[in-house]
Design a protein around this ligand. Structure first.
Ligand code: LLP
Length: 463
């Protein structure tokens, strides 16, 4: 499991827990398949390839920094999730992890549904032809315009997040002469074992309606009364980068208990439950994520068992993996600009990107691994910190990692597992130009999100 944050916060996180990275890996040239996308390897020259293309040629053609996304891997992961959950369940890819029109088309072709959480994500989905009924609309403060558009186009479900929203969505749907399918998002009082900034199911936070104190039951009561709403189920999302299924078990049990209460009070068996996303991936070799079929089996066993005990028909289950699908499929390619050894401490390796293309290290104290990819090296390992080119010392991409001691300006290094929440949280800090996303498949590379240009920046600045 990933190391959690240093209790004193990210600024103190260079105090490594005992045993952590105490020894360099046996061979720095080895690429651990756990953290690298499926088609990544090294060619006879020692250059890392993806989809059969060398990173040297890719850097030449597309520049650095750039995200390279292995389309074969992305599609395989979609299929694995769809097959694992089967026809009695629905997999919604969480678009917040990374969304583009190409991604929407792949999802559509591979039979997945899509979870969006803003008008921007909705319009990306629609513009790439995702059928509205396969879209779920999330968010704790959807605007009236967003709700109206979602209802008008006919999204498959809106996930209601507050008492105000129950009334708001009902009102808008009714004014449009529609009945909107909705779920109610509840907080089940589970805090998943993960970084506190991204844990969401405990009660002291902004999402959902608490099961505690009968609040969720009251929300159901109100929703069932409103003509504009068709309440199809209950939603719960317990956090991010979770490896331990115990949190899902508690969450499923509590949601099923609510379904039983709803049946007892209203004589209605709600047909669906959504257990959210949050399944962890390997950022370093120390992480041990579960396969989709194990997750599907565990979740469906829990729900079936709890429903049998409560005398309920088993509802249709849905899940919303984002990171677990796209995270491992991409790496960020950087060119080394400077190499600065600090005697007795570590070597600072500056690359041509930084916190503008990967904020996760600075924000969550996230861990990543890194490899030299433009060649192999037999040089001794050196303890390194990969940093960006931004004007602040917290601009760290990889906090602690070993790179070969002959690393030099001009070398290409790559950080794997950056498919999720890196491009989608990228910024223009210091007027950085956000890097492109290049999809690679079977020896072909194509830009799916182009690199920003200075003209793009100036276009927004109206002077
Ligand atoms: N469903 C709901 C309702 C969510 O809020 C989220 C993530 C997901 C699904 C997808 O979670 P995933 O499977 O991707 O973990 N920026 C943070 C993650 C924030 C996640 C927010 N909600 C990060 O970089 O780790």
């Amino acid at each position: 499991m990933s190391r959690s944050a240093h209790p004193a916060g990210p600024r103190h996180a260079d105090v490594l827990p005992e045993g952590h990275y105490s020894a360099p890996p046996a061979d720095l040239n080895t690429l651990d398949p756990k953290v690298w996308a499926r088609t990544v390897g090294r060619d006879e020259r020692g250059v890392v390839t993806v989809g059969g293309l060398g990173v040297d040629a890719l850097a030449e053609e597309f520049g650095t920094p750039a995200y390279f996304l292995d389309e074969t891997d992305f599609r395989a992961r979609c299929r694995a999730w769809a097959e694992a959950f089967g026809k009695d369940a629905d997999v919604f890819y969480a678009g917040k992890a990374f969304l583009s029109r190409a991604v929407v088309r792949w999802l559509k072709e591979e039979g997945l549904n899509l979870d969006v959480c803003s008008g921007g994500e909705l319009s990306t989905a629609l513009s790439a032809g995702m059928p509205a009924e396969r879209i779920a609309f999330h968010g704790n403060n959807k605007s009236e315009e967003e709700i109206r558009r979602a209802v008008e186009v006919g999204v498959g479900r809106i996930v209601l997040d507050s008492f105000q929203e129950i009334v708001r969505v009902a009102h808008i749907a009714q004014s449009l002469g529609k009945r909107q399918r909705v779920q109610i998002r509840v907080t089940v009082g589970v805090e998943a074992h993960t970084h506190e900034f991204i844990a969401t199911a405990h009660e002291d936070q902004k999402f959902g309606i608490a099961l505690a104190g009968g609040q969720a039951a009251e929300a159901v009561r109100r929703a069932l009364k409103l003509d504009g709403l068709e309440l199809i189920g209950i939603h719960s999302h317990i956090g991010s980068q979770i490896f331990d299924m115990a949190g899902f078990e508690v969450s499923a049990r509590r949601v099923v208990q609510l379904l039983a209460e709803v049946r007892d009070e209203h004589g209605v068996e709600l047909p669906e439950i959504d257990l959210g996303g949050g399944l962890g991936i390997a950022y370093t070799s120390e992480d041990d994520p579960r396969e989709p079929h194990e997750i599907a089996k565990a979740l469906s066993e829990i729900v079936t068992r709890e429903c049998e005990a409560a005398g309920l028909r088993t509802p249709r289950i849905s899940v919303e993996p984002g990171r677990a699908i796209v995270g491992p499929t991409a790496f960020t390619l950087y060119r080394v600009g400077t190499v600065k050894p600090l005697e007795g401490l570590r070597t600072y390796v500056s690359v041509d990107g930084g916190m503008s293309d990967n904020i996760r290290t600075a924000l969550y104290d996230a861990e990543y691994s890194v490899s030299l990819v433009s060649r192999t090296s037999e040089a001794e390992p050196m303890l390194s910190r990969v940093v960006g080119k931004h004007c602040e010392s917290g601009d760290i991409v990889v906090r602690d990692a070993f790179l070969p001691s002959d690393l030099a300006p001009g070398d290409l290094i790559a950080v794997p597992a950056t498919g999720a929440y890196c491009r989608s949280m990228a910024s223009n800090y210091n007027h950085a130009l956000r890097p492109p996303v290049v999809a690679v498949r079977d020896g072909e590379a194509r830009v799916i999100v182009r690199r920003e240009t200075e003209e793009d920046l100036l276009r927004l600045d109206v002077g």
